[in-house]
Ligand binder design. Sequence first.
Ligand code: 4FV
Length: 237
Amino acid sequence: MLASPLQESILGKAVERGLIEIRLVNIREFASDRHQTTDDRPYGGGSGMVMKAEPLAGAIARARAADPPTRVILLSPQGRPFSQRLAWELSRERHLTLVCGRYEGVDERVRCHCVDDEISIGDYVLTGGEIPALVVVDAVARLVPGVLGCSESPAEESFANALLEYPHYTRPEVFEGHPVPEILLSGNHAAVRRWRRQQSLWRTWQRRPDLLKEADLSDEDRELLAEVVGGDAGSGS
Ligand code: 4FV
């Protein structure tokens, strides 16, 4: 599941260029029985299976033995919500170990005694932790210096300053009768920057007022927002 996404496009090139290194550890190699069993029935009964502690603990110990010291993160719905702010935090680490659960989840003693952190990518239940791990790898890797081309800077995008991104346009100038906003053809960079900031504020006010509350808005921001939403700027209703 993990091999191909990690070989393609920006992530693949970052690996080729040695900007990031990704090692996949097969938990089965740490199972002690000849069937390499990694799951078992839940104590206390109930449906589904649980990931056994020993194979996971063995795999994590192997990762911890590697240099530099690693931060072990379990992906699960019980984790703290993943965010751009957390992605920036993780991008400043040297070595992350992402533990992907399966079945109903992992034995609680792994969560309590073997991992440093727990992250959830959202309030829904998936079949495994692999896709959440890929989400974290993608969001963190692109913040590693050099991974994104110089023309792309993660500084200006959504959530970078807790606002939603402004609308993007490219050629053709008119698509199915829909023209590009004049301002973007004006060549007036200051006016374009003002329009884009206003669009970010307005979209965030309309779609994610919760984010607007977190954002630290300047007086100019409040004026820009008031222009488009009328007097109740900042109420974020
Ligand atoms: C999940 C999430 C998630 C739960 C049981 C894997 C599944 C199965 N992980 N954010 N949402 N994990 O649904 O991180 O083992």
